[in-house]
Design a protein around this ligand. Structure first.
Ligand code: C2E
Ligand code: CA
Ligand code: CA
Ligand code: CA
Length: 279
């Protein structure tokens, strides 16, 4: 029994070491990935539920790892957050998205609004507003074509400070939306003080629309709540015609999901949009 205990301990130790080692390797990789140009953005169309038109896109980051292939953000954003790398990475995302959107506008596409995810540490960082202003200035894109998506978690950490910062962003003419709405803990009374324009219904509530009356009740309540607060509401993760028709019939304004399109490269996005108007 004594030996077994010892072995167990060793087992955990080496497994933990392996875990820590993997993290360190990943962190080192993350550090040079930015300099090496290993990140790229995909864009997922956001669609108006009434007329089916694409009015915007959400930028979603990917890491082309030289050894491990494409790595999704769920696997490296948490590490980037923890290490502080998110500030440099987030800044790159913001600038790249603004530059891309401005290039599309210059090419004569009907103007789109580009949405950028902002994680908690990024939102709290003191330089955020200045970084947004700089990205707008350097790209030449008008602020009305930029939206920041923040989660409820971001806001609830320090409510007063978050509301003040949101107001600064709004004052610049940039829109804000609450991502993953319904999964966090923001109190409904706080919601009315947020200078936001849109609520995004989390995909966990969209998945079972048409099958679960509980999720249907949640989705239609969020839609009703948003509208009473004079906000727009978008559903993410829409994969089926059934989900789409439930949302449309219940007054949801916008949708995003595989049913219309997966996140795609800038080149692929052009094939999903009406052709540019050339003079
Ligand atoms: P999110 O902001 O909630 O983004 C939605 C996720 O759902 C994306 O995953 C998207 O590809 C996926 N998705 C879209 N349509 C569907 C659908 O119909 N069905 C299903 N099952 N999934 C769908 P992705 O691209 O892997 O991103 C995961 C998360 O990583 C994002 O969740 C966001 O929190 C974070 N993230 C992505 N890009 C960035 C970024 O540039 N900065 C920061 N801070 N976070 C990012
Ligand atoms: Ca998002
Ligand atoms: Ca989400
Ligand atoms: Ca999320």
């Amino acid at each position: 029994a004594k030996d077994l205990g010892k072995n167990n301990c060793q087992f955990y130790t080496s497994e933990m070491n392996a875990h820590i080692e993997e993290k360190l390797t990943m962190l080192e990789g993350l550090r040079c990935a930015l300099d090496e140009g290993q990140f790229r953005l995909l864009y997922q169309p956001k669609v108006d539920l009434r007329d089916g038109s694409v009015f915007g896109v959400e930028a979603l980051v990917r890491w082309d790892h030289p050894q491990h292939g494409v790595i999704g953000p769920d696997r490296f954003i948490p590490l980037a957050e923890e290490s502080g790398m998110i500030i440099a990475l987030g800044d790159w995302v913001l600038r790249t998205a603004c530059l891309q959107n401005q290039a599309w506008q210059r090419a004569g596409l009907a103007p789109l609004r580009v949405s950028v995810n902002v994680s908690p540490r990024q939102f709290e960082e003191s330089g955020l507003v200045q970084r947004v202003a700089q990205a707008l200035q350097d790209s030449g894109m008008a602020p009305e074509w930029l939206e920041l998506e923040v989660t409820e978690g971001v806001i609830m950490r320090d409510l007063q400070q978050a509301v003040a910062k949101m107001a600064e962003v709004r004052a610049m003419g940039v829109s804000l939306s609450i991502d993953d709405f319904g999964t966090g803990y923001s109190s409904l009374s706080a919601l009315k003080s947020f200078p936001i324009s849109t609520l995004k219904i989390d995909k966990s509530f969209v998945r079972d629309l048409g099958r679960s009356s509980g999720d249907e009740a949640i989705a239609s309540s969020i839609i009703g709540l948003a509208h009473r607060l004079k906000l727009r509401v978008i559903a993410e993760g829409v994969e089926t015609e059934q989900q789409r028709s439930f949302l449309r019939d219940n007054g949801c304004d916008e949708m995003q999901g595989y049913l219309f399109s997966r996140p795609v490269s800038p080149e692929q996005l052009l094939t999903l949009l009406p052709p540019p108007v050339t003079a």
